[in-house]
Design a protein. Structure first.
Length: 721
């Protein structure tokens, strides 16, 4: 794990947005009602800040090359170019046939200590000349790097150029909002054409709005004059916002979820009556159903169907986090879990939506000194990287595998083979490392095999082959599937997708290429993707063989090749939940006799009536735990909750006593209320990993009903069809 503080000394940082299409992280900062500046930082090793071609460069002309106010070069006379603006700016001539031949690495590597502030060409630039500039910025030791071509076109001297910054640096994309504002959240849409904001505006007050892009890449600028879309909604404290990918924007404010339209058409509240003020929000389409995930300030989590756009009143929370949350973001591509900031304990947590399981991603106390900043959001840039919004800084968390010296084949995902038992194939990592709270883990899903490409390359290995052997079935198969990774292109300054496909020799051997260590890959150790399914469950032997440039087998290390056992378990957990059985104050309910809901209700006679609840959670291997709890009126009575190991086969368990070993009665569930919305729940979270996270093999079951004092009355209704 590698924590990096990217931008410090900020204020009032909350929501952040990572834009996949551009590779930029957008954020806002500034003291309340004073600034409201929109900014971004790049996830790339180098970012273009300015470029141009065919610009006239006659004698006496000055040119700005990096979109900063001052000019950077001046043609002082017919044969001389001098540096202008910042006194730190330097220029050197380089040998090249085109700008594309000049890499960002070569620009940074120039001997800048010996470089001067002017260059001359006695030929007065009749022939092409190529230069590199290091342009000084206002802060010490911060620079832009520019590659420059000076040549003659149609009798006139012109210049072509491309300028970069090559480190993480703030790039303001607005000059500050008119009248300032306290920005809570932002969402970038339409490939950067608009930035939607939830804001307490310095003049107009709380609203949902957007800033329009006034200029395009590489240095976009957004208007400080905002277009409101929340109209007459009378918002009081808008927090996280979300888009469904179309022209609709959603926002949580107070006890409501609001819907707004990008064109300013009237919107309105579609959920009201949250137990606490809304803080976090995500929307997603699942099987044509539009769902909202909401977290309120009390820690309640709601998962609601909002497809109809009609008002949903007083929804029942599905879970409670147990802490004050910040904003939400998706934790995986499957969107089965979310990342959420624990503002109370200064942690980043992962929350499984199907089971309610909470696990720790980062404790800020482990990487920062007190006083700790308050975390607001974590967003996922890739399986390996998170960006973090802390109230005073922007940070990143890179999840990288531990590399053992001299080891060619490193591990599965983030888990080194040294932590995978070579007898039973399960993984147990040391304290403080990934998954350390969950010993004896099995693997499943698609496994990312990790290889030390640099070590292999430097020892004459050009190719490697991967196969897996099912120990129980005594079968084997060669891994031959291609996969995609991103390779950094120094010319375009882009991560470019590369299809990695093996070449075949013979009928059953497929060779993957070892990567040149001079290349920069987004996933530097990735070697192969091994897809597993239910038929692979059991011990799997992973075998890697090595080959030279002539595609002949070579031996590396002590054993010549690599072999290691891995336990595969793609078996899904299963759960079952029955409606509660209700007896009388003196008689327990009959076993195995379950009530039916009437008008969605269960009834009781007195609050002393005895209650028993049957449920089950099982897995063929008996690995993992389940959680059982009751939610009543949005509250989880702790004395009714259970966490224990799953059974090996379908078996109903009965919850009949409280944590104090007293018989459960209706009053334990509804307390002082005479009527309550109740939900009984059992969930078994998956404890199978693909090396990066949990494989979605979880199961959860629940029953919801209204519990009220009987008898239930009915009034006939005769109405129109």
């Amino acid at each position: 794990m590698s924590f990096s503080n990217l931008i410090s000394n900020l204020s009032n940082v909350r929501g952040i947005h990572f834009d996949d299409s551009s590779g930029f992280l957008y954020y806002s900062s500034g003291a309340n009602f004073l600034a409201g500046t929109l900014s971004r930082i790049s996830d790339k090793p180098a970012t273009v800040v300015s470029e141009g071609a065919g610009s006239s460069f006659s004698v006496g002309t000055s040119r700005q090359l990096d979109n900063i106010n001052l000019p950077d070069i001046k043609r002082d006379d017919a044969q001389t170019i001098i540096c202008a603006g910042n006194i730190q700016t330097r220029i050197v001539e380089v040998a090249a046939a085109s700008l594309d031949e000049i890499s960002t690495d070569s620009m940074v590597a120039q001997d800048w200590a010996a470089a001067g502030s002017s260059v001359e060409d006695p030929g007065q630039f009749a022939a092409d000349k190529f230069y590199v500039l290091r342009i000084g910025l206002s802060s010490a030791n911060e620079y832009h790097y520019t590659k420059l071509r000076v040549h003659t076109l149609n009798g006139s001297v012109v210049i072509d150029w491309k300028s970069y910054f090559v480190d993480v640096r703030n790039q303001d994309v607005s000059a500050g909002l008119a009248w300032g504002g306290d920005i809570r959240d932002l969402v970038v849409t339409d490939y950067g054409a608009r930035i939607y904001l939830s804001i307490n505006h310095g003049y107009y007050g709380p609203m949902i709005c957007y800033a329009r892009r006034l200029s395009d890449e590489p240095s976009p600028e957004y208007s400080g004059f905002l277009v409101e879309i929340s109209g007459q909604a009378n918002l009081t404290n808008p927090q996280q916002i979300a888009s469904d990918g179309g022209d609709t924007v959603y926002a949580v404010d107070g006890d409501k979820l609001w819907l707004f339209f990008a064109d300013g058409s009237p919107g309105g509240a579609i959920v009201e009556g949250l137990a606490g003020a809304g803080v976090g929000l995500l929307v997603d389409v699942v099987d044509s159903v539009l769902q909202a995930v909401i977290a309120d300030e009390l820690g309640n989590v709601y998962q609601l169907d909002i497809t109809s756009g009609e008002l949903n009143s007083s929804p029942a929370p599905k879970f409670n986090l147990g802490f004050t949350p910040g904003f939400l973001s998706w934790a995986d591509d499957e969107r089965q879990a979310v990342l959420v900031a624990d503002r109370d304990n200064k942690k980043i947590m992962r929350f499984d939506l199907s089971t309610g399981e909470i696990s720790e991603e980062l404790d800020l106390a482990s990487v920062l000194e007190a006083p700790l900043p308050t975390p607001w959001q974590a967003v996922r840039a890739s399986d390996n990287k998170l960006f973090l919004s802390l109230d005073t800084q922007i940070a990143s968390l890179e999840r990288v595998i531990e590399v053992a010296e001299g080891e060619y084949v490193l591990g599965i995902g983030l888990i080194p083979f040294q932590y995978i038992d070579d007898v039973d194939g399960s993984a147990t990592t040391p304290a403080g490392y990934y998954f350390s709270g969950h010993p004896n883990l099995a693997f499943g899903g698609t496994l990312s095999l990790m290889l030390n490409h640099e070590l292999a390359w430097n020892n004459g290995v050009s190719y490697y082959a991967v196969k897996v052997e099912n120990v129980d079935q005594m079968t084997e198969r060669a891994i031959q599937a291609g996969f995609v990774d991103l390779l950094w292109n120094e010319v375009t300054s882009l991560w470019e997708p590369q299809n990695i496909t093996p070449i075949s020799i013979g009928n059953s051997t497929y060779l993957y290429p070892v990567r040149d260590p001079e290349q920069l890959w987004y996933n530097p150790y990735l070697a192969a993707k091994i897809t597993t399914n239910a038929s692979d469950t059991g011990l799997m032997n992973v075998v890697v063989d090595f080959y030279d440039s002539g595609q002949k087998g070579v031996k590396v290390g002590d054993d010549g090749n690599f072999e290691h056992l891995v336990m595969i378990d793609n078996t899904r957990y299963k759960t079952k939940m029955q409606l509660p059985r209700i007896g009388t104050a003196n008689t327990a309910p009959a076993a195995g006799v379950y009530p039916s809901l009437e008008c969605g209700c269960l009834t009781y006679a007195t609050k002393d009536d005895l209650v028993e609840i049957d449920y089950g959670a099982w897995h063929p291997q008996g690995v993992g735990n389940y959680s059982f709890y009751v939610v009543s009126g949005g509250v989880v009575p702790g004395n009714l909750s259970v966490s224990a190991g799953v059974t090996t086969s379908e078996q109903l368990l009965t919850k009949s006593t409280t944590a104090a070993s007293n018989p459960i009665r209706v009053g334990h569930i509804i307390g002082d209320c005479d009527i309550a919305n109740v939900r009984v729940y059992v969930g078994a979270p998956s404890r199978v990993t693909n090396g990066f996270g949990w494989v979605n093999l979880s199961s959860a079951s629940s029953r919801s009903f209204t519990l009220l004092k009987g008898p239930l009355t009915h009034t006939p209704w005769v109405g129109e069809d």
